[in-house]
Design a protein around this ligand. Structure first.
Ligand code: AMP
Ligand code: MG
Length: 401
């Protein structure tokens, strides 16, 4: 039986995952969303000539150090000047307040002395000082963000400041997560003899949501045809149906057959990778179905490689970005399929593989912050070999800490 090379499986997954749904949101609710259309400023920024300091607004020409000008009005932030500046006069202004027509400079309170309704300049004042002119940052009608941008908190704030009201964005796809296995007990219940806690369901649900997806439901289902069939039918109503367990060749590995019965078209099953070989990918209508092997590390690696990418495509994001790092110590891998190993980043572009006991050894990944790809067919990797690395935890810890 020919196994599908990882790159080919990835290409098929990317090709067969539907593109984003378009949604229109209020700009201020679009955090984390990806723009499908550019966004244009509705305002000049600033929207009016304003003071950048608490001080006195005046016309610089004709003033000098020691000038005394009558203070004819006070303008607070949020107020508007009721008339133009009187020639030879000054208006007290607060930071952000509009300056009156006819004034062209603001002298900060620190550089003048106010008494008896007059302000005395303690230094010469230049035209334009401490004035922010209308439109000097950006003009109404300019494109502020291009399509493809994922809006972060700063982007949301910038758009609000520029009066942008609507955002045309990619939708957040929904998922149902089903953990299959009659041995599973729900988190919080102590496992009986032969039982194990369902850790994959919560893991996959958590990853999905952390990556930006919406969760319709997460459940565990025993390996019984009827229960599984019903759960699959329901799960196919989501944009993604994610299953763990039951996809390999054991007695009770019913998932591929039941998916087929439910009308899911198989796109691939079994990939030349370790861990994660029995991975299943299919589609029914616009619903994407990913079946991950039950071993926790296989489920995790499969989710990182495949689930993450198909979610990203639906959210109008590019595939996850791999980096290249150099192996710091020689490593023997045993050859065969492409391997994915837990690793730690080491400063200066290095990566260190962590010891582990295979696809059931979840605890070995506690200290890992990256997944390293060891290409197929090579039994040993020398120190210094460049390897592809996918980060899944924020780096920032010292190597070895
Ligand atoms: P399977 O892919 O169903 O043959 O399961 C492979 C191994 O993963 C078995 O040892 C299962 O007990 C274990 N396993 C399956 N599902 C889960 C789960 N949801 N959480 C933790 N381990 C699981
Ligand atoms: Mg099973």
């Amino acid at each position: 039986m020919g196994l599908l090379p990882v790159e080919q499986a990835f290409a098929m997954l990317w090709e067969h995952t539907p593109g984003p749904d378009r949604e229109e949101l209020s700009w201020h609710q679009a955090l984390g969303r990806v723009l499908l259309e550019p966004a244009f400023s509705l305002l000049d920024d600033p929207a009016f000539d304003r003071s950048s300091m608490d001080g006195f607004s005046l016309q610089a020409a004709g003033t000098h150090e020691g000038s005394r000008l009558p203070v004819t009005a006070t303008i607070l932030a949020g107020q508007c000047p009721s008339r133009p500046l009187e020639s030879g006069g000054a208006v007290k202004v607060m930071t952000g307040a509009p300056i009156p027509a006819g004034s062209d400079a603001v002298v900060p309170v620190e550089d003048c002395r106010e008494s008896d309704g007059f302000v005395e300049l303690l230094r010469p004042v230049r035209p334009g000082e401490n004035v922010r002119y209308r439109g000097e940052n950006l003009r109404a009608g300019e494109a502020v963000f291009l399509s493809g941008r994922r809006l972060d908190a700063l982007d949301v704030a910038t758009g609000i400041a520029l009066g942008i009201e609507r955002a045309a964005v990619a939708g957040r796809p929904s998922a149902t997560v089903l953990a299959t296995g009659s041995e599973l007990v729900e988190p919080g219940s102590p496992p009986g003899p032969g039982q194990i806690p369902n850790s994959n369901g919560p893991m996959l649900a958590a990853l999905w949501q952390a990556w930006g997806g919406r969760l319709d439901g997460e459940a565990s289902v025993p390996d019984g045809e009827q229960e599984l069939e019903a759960a699959i039918q329901k799960g196919l109503e989501s944009d993604h149906l994610v299953l763990s367990g039951g996809v390999s060749v054991g007695e009770r590995d019913l998932v591929p057959e039941l998916l087929e019965r439910a009308g899911v078209r198989r796109i691939f099953h079994k990939v030349a990778m370790k861990p994660g070989k029995p991975i299943y990918f299919g589609r029914r209508g616009d619903t994407v179905v990913l079946g991950l092997p039950g071993n926790p590390v296989s489920s995790f690696v499969g989710a990182l490689l495949f689930l993450q990418a198909s979610l990203r495509k639906r959210m109008a994001l590019p595939p996850p970005a791999w980096r290249t790092r150099r192996l710091v110590e020689r490593h023997e891998s045993g050859g065969g399929r492409t391997r994915f190993e837990p690793a730690l980043l080491v400063d200066e572009g290095g990566v260190k593989l962590l010891p582990h006991k295979g696809s059931a050894d979840l605890p070995a990944w506690r200290g890992a912050e990256a997944l390293v790809e060891l290409p197929s067919g090579r039994a040993a990797f020398e120190a210094g070999s460049p390897l592809r690395v996918l980060l899944f935890r924020h780096a920032g810890r010292e190597a070895g800490a």
